[in-house]
Write a protein that binds this ligand. Structure first.
Ligand code: ZN
Ligand code: ZN
Length: 150
């Protein structure tokens, strides 16, 4: 199989930190790339197990922590008690709207919002390294159902 740029990135990090490239790490990375965005460790483990039943949940957790450490992924907490992992390497910045009813996650990006944040940072002499904007509420579908229930 062709080596992806994500694998190249991970392998570079591993060699820089004198860690081994293991078959399991590559299996988990491939499943992570194929998984839906904002995946939990348990969901990813279920995917990995389908093809590789020997890989344990603890290994998935450790490997996800490694992905975060090397800049491939970031943790997301969307207020439902689950930690999700999102691929961020070579992915354009975006923000999230989270439905607190059905847990649908809507990704969006808006240049005006980004510009306003930068403007506020300048005003407060603040150097932004990173930001997360999370908007909580109900999606159109849940809003419609609520309306139907009266
Ligand atoms: Zn919803
Ligand atoms: Zn996202």
């Amino acid at each position: 199989m062709k080596t992806t740029m994500e694998e190249t990135h991970l392998n570079k990090h591993l060699s820089e930190h004198h860690m081994k490239v293991t078959k399991e790490r590559n299996i988990i990375l491939r499943s992570f790339l194929a998984a839906s965005r904002h995946v939990t460790a348990e969901e990813l483990h279920t995917l990995v197990k389908k093809k590789h039943p020997g890989v344990g949940l603890a290994t998935v957790y450790r490997t996800l922590a490694l992905f975060c450490a090397c800049g491939l992924a970031e943790q997301r907490q969307f207020g439902d008690g689950h930690t999700r992992y999102e691929l961020t390497y070579n992915v354009k910045h975006h923000d999230h709207m989270i439905c607190t009813h059905c847990h649908r996650i809507i990704e969006f990006e808006n240049e005006a919002i980004e510009a306003l944040q930068n403007e506020m940072a300048v005003k407060h002499h603040f150097a932004i390294h990173n930001h997360k904007l999370e908007i909580y509420g109900h999606c159109w579908e849940c809003t419609k159902k609520e309306g139907a229930r009266g």
